[in-house]
Design a protein around this ligand. Structure first.
Ligand SMILES: [Zn+2]
Length: 103
């Protein structure tokens, strides 16, 4: 065996070792994938129509942007829909979006 062949054999072995290492750590990186948001929906969400919400001070009302979830309302701007976990948006904004989608 010439020194040159020895060198290429070493490179090949190193390459195989690298491949093996990559394959071995593959599943690990996959399990480190971001977990689905476990953030619990704030329990400040009410299941009523915005117009039926107990809101004597006439505070801004927030609602799920999904029209099907229009009964997920809250007075908390940080609240999330208890059905789909989307961030609630101001009622007026949602109404505009719903009107657009009905055109
Ligand atoms: Zn929703």
């Amino acid at each position: 065996m010439t020194p040159r062949r020895l060198a290429s054999a070493a490179v090949l072995a190193a390459g195989l070792g690298l491949l093996f290492a990559l394959a071995a750590c593959g599943p690990k990186t996959e399990s480190a994938a971001p977990e689905p948001s476990a953030e619990p929906a704030a329990d400040v969400t009410y299941t009523v129509l915005a117009s039926e919400l107990d809101n004597p001070d006439n505070n801004p009302v927030y609602v799920c942007p999904m029209q099907e979830h229009r009964e997920q309302v809250s007075l908390d701007p940080e609240a999330r829909c208890s059905l789909c976990s989307m961030k609630l948006v101001p009622l007026e904004e949602a109404k505009k979006a719903w009107a657009e989608s009905e055109k």
